[in-house]
Design a protein around this ligand. Sequence first.
Ligand code: C2E
Ligand code: CA
Ligand code: CA
Length: 709
Amino acid sequence: MTFHKLSIRRKLGLIIAAFIAMLVVLATVTVLSLFAVNQRTAAVEQQWLVRAQILGQLRDHISGFRGAEADLSLASDAGAIRAAQVQAGRHRRAIGELQNQYENLAAADTHPDVAKFDAALNAYFAAHDAWIGAATSGAASDPAQLRRVLQSRFELAEAAIDRLVSANLDGAQAAARAASQLSRRGNLLVLSTSVLVLLLGLWLVVRVRRDIAQPLGGVASSLKDLAAGHRNVDVPELNRDDEIGEMARAVSVFRQHTQTLEDAYEATRAAQEAAQLLAQHDLLTGLPNRRGLASELQAAAFHAQHDAAVYMVLVIDLDRFKPVNDLQGRPVGDFVLSEVARRLRRAVRKRDTVARLGGDEFCVIAKADPGYKDGAILLATRLLDAIQVPILVGQHKIEVTASIGIASCPADGLDPESLLRAADIAMSRAKQEERGSYRFFELSMDNDMRAQAALEADLRAAVQAGVIRPYYQPIIEMRNQRVCGFEILARWNHPQRGAVPPDVFIPLAEQLGLMPDLTTSILREACRDARQWSNDIHLSLNISPVQLKDLYLPAQLLPILSEEGFPSSRLEIEITENALVGDIQGAKSILGLFQDAGIKISLDDFGTGYSSLYHLRELKFDKVKVDKSFVQTMQRSNESEKIIDAILGLAKSLGMATVAEGIEDPKTLDYLRAKSCEYGQGYYFGEALSAAQTRERFVQGWPHVVSEN
Ligand code: C2E
Ligand code: CA
Ligand code: CA
């Protein structure tokens, strides 16, 4: 296994161990060399210095001995001789002891000079002893001769000790040299070991740097780059087997994950942007939708507030687009809408906004030039003209018109809702007053709208609370001028508004889809009221055209009759011809169900609507009600009279009974009776009264009606 492949933990372990080992070696080498030098120095001190001391003392004692010898030779009395002899003996003993000491020390090296010194000293002592002997025995020998011998022997001994001293010095010098050499060598060893340790240490540092620190730094910096948001980051050291390799691979995986995450984030953002774009645009026309328009309107309002700019907001609603969709089919409808969108786009300036509000409603926002009204009129006219041009779909030529409402920003509002609302109100007004035209928003329109909205809210509440009650207008049988039934007429007595006319609230209730609830509550109450009257009295219930499109109408009304115990044969239903237009088959089947249940059907307001003979043929009406407009004008108008004659004749020939509405005077009554109109109704006999008032009438009688009793 190479060092490279070891784990970082191992590497660091090895490096620390190597360092410790090197330090141990260094310390050992240092201690050992210090120890060796120390030993050498001690040897020099113990051996050579002691020997030099001994030799010095030896020389001193030999000199002392020679001195005592001289004293002896000069001594004249016995005391002096004795003292000299004691002196000499002391020196000699000391010499002997020192000799022994020296020899003990020098036993290791048997230097030739030691033996020579011993011999020279012994020779000197021998000469001395001989001299002493001669002196004490008094033998006649030549004292001068003896002294000369003694002198020469002493000189020899002195020379021998000098040699010994010098030899000793040499030895000491050699030992000192050796010791210093050893110390030098030791120093060198320590130095070289230190250098080696240093080099090894350096090498280890370099390796740690190269193998660990630098790669770690590389991986760390790539991680740092990744964290800083850089994406094209190269991760080094991927092929290593150790922890750095593991770390590098982990960083690489992290980089991949980051990339994946970032890609996913990008994709989500793009999708969100696309969704936002989609959410702000209409798929069919590609125009901004209501939401997209709102931000444009907001921007316009901002400029209007801050840059004193004026914007026109035009709401464009197609007239009679619904029949196009219904009759030609949706694809044609879609084509028409796309074409209108294209034309609107072409008719405005590039910087103006065209949006589709939904259905057949569009909106244009245009920055107004000074003299805003003229510009708005020009623009509205241009838009109306553009839409008006027939649209060709295959062989069909489709003609649509539009009504336009114009609001201005900031005058009519500063937020999208109020601006659109203002333009919408103006558009509704245009539609009401003259389709295919434009109207500018006025505050009074808003007030009307608000009043209308309040009325609507009140009406809803009134229907819910059952406040709208049935009133009863008598229907007279002309033959005997008796009350044979009542037309149920709805009455709404509002606590603040007073009596709200049915011509006002009935169309509104129709618009608001309140008629089913209103009709059922009125019918139920009427059935209950009718219980108080004689049981041959009929009730006539008005049914709105919208209700006749509801297949569940019979299912709503018939159960009320059975629940309230009112025989269906005593109920009549009044419908107008308008109810039959569109889906005559549907109306026919609904009316058929009522007739099957025994309910009679009257055709109301006959002569004012479509008055199609086709309707009379298709549907078996039981009665025809001649509209009051003819009845009331017949005295003055020849035409009315003729129409009444025709209606009465037609009804008779088709086997239908006739009812004349709006009889207000006896002349009219007489005339109609003469024409043998079967039934009559009008203020002459009485207007619609409440249940209580009606009960009273049953007691007091109606005007111009033959009383029952
Ligand atoms: P309509 O069905 O033609 O009702 C007859 C209207 O003529 C009633 O007006 C009645 O009050 C009025 N009238 C009766 N006799 C005379 C007369 O001699 N001279 C004059 N000038 N008018 C006379 P009203 O009650 O105002 O009702 C108006 C319309 O409201 C009704 O016309 C009917 O279409 C509708 N309506 C009223 N109640 C109901 C209801 O409960 N359901 C439905 N669907 N419509 C109702
Ligand atoms: Ca009626
Ligand atoms: Ca009528």
